[in-house]
Write a protein that binds this ligand. Structure first.
Ligand SMILES: [Zn+2]
Length: 288
């Protein structure tokens, strides 16, 4: 992903191509095409939002709780281009929408977007807005406009191959800073209205740089920085053990009573951890 400014800092912009990270999420969680499109869009936005945080240990989570058959989804990113996430109903299937596209809005339906910033304070900062379309890009733009008073244009897209792997994924966020006049806002809006979809541009071979140049060249674009992105989960066996210990004795006693190895799956990345009965007995001694 890249970040840039234009119009002497009145415009800031991010753009990303996230195919690898989204394909990894798809294969780890065995996502259906519409689940993959939803999570891929959310992961892409969360990556760009995460890069915008100041400190190495800061984390941002975008969570969607919704009524639709996808039953909610979540993505978490840090400021170094690392993202993880999951969908509550990874196998959700829906017919295409009226435009013949994957029906992400139908999969989500009504709901709430929560943006949770964990910046090392006692309590994380949480902003919440309702979903306006469930298509995610509009929902992120609405979040920025209402919760942070930052007018933003957001595009997010995931295109699948016929065999249901990820062909293209990516997005951009373009924001106006305080003091940008209405004239600039209108000029920018007009430019963005003429664009093809994110995945069409990516599928033509356009890079994030090409896409921001296309939109912002007339506005004195300056590309400032770039950052690789990847799917990453920090789970390991020691962390899963801690969870088991903190879940209490009863839970472990029940697992031991079944008298066969237990398999635990990390919610975020789908990695499986196996515990033998003897290992669980050791954990039981440590549990309260
Ligand atoms: Zn994990």
């Amino acid at each position: 992903m890249i970040r840039a400014t234009a119009e002497d800092g009145m415009i800031r912009a991010f753009a990303a191509t996230t195919r690898g990270a989204v394909e990894e999420a798809r294969s780890r969680h065995d996502l259906s095409p519409v689940a993959c499109a939803a999570l891929g869009r959310l992961m892409t936005a969360t990556l760009m939002m995460g890069w915008d945080m100041k400190n190495e240990d800061d984390l941002i989570t975008c969570q969607i709780q919704c009524d639709g058959p996808i039953k909610g989804l979540l993505a978490t990113a840090d400021n170094k281009g690392r993202v993880k996430g999951y969908v509550n109903n990874p196998g959700v299937m829906l017919p295409p929408n009226a435009k013949g596209k994957l029906d992400v809005g139908g999969a989500l339906d009504l709901g709430v977007l929560s943006v949770i910033r964990d910046v090392g304070l006692k309590e994380p900062y949480v902003g919440q807005t309702i979903l306006v379309s469930g298509e995610i890009a509009e929902d992120i733009a609405y979040y920025y406009a209402t919760s942070e008073q930052v007018p933003s244009s957001v595009a997010l897209g995931v295109l699948m191959n016929h065999e249901n792997t990820v062909r293209q994924a990516g997005g951009f966020i373009i924001q106006l800073m305080p003091g940008a006049g209405d004239e600039l806002a209108e000029k920018l809006e007009e430019k963005i209205r003429t664009l093809e979809s994110m995945t069409t541009m990516l599928d033509k071979g356009m890079t994030p740089e090409d896409i921001l140049r296309l939109i912002l060249d007339d506005f004195g674009l300056e590309i400032n920085d770039s950052q690789p992105v990847k799917f990453y989960c920090s789970c390991d066996k020691a962390r899963v053990e801690k969870v088991l210990i903190s879940a209490g004795r009863q839970n472990l006693e029940e697992m031991i009573a079944e008298d066969h190895p237990a398999e635990l799956v990390c919610h975020f990345c789908g990695k499986k951890y196996e515990f033998t009965v003897d290992e669980m007995k050791v954990l039981l001694d440590k549990a309260k």
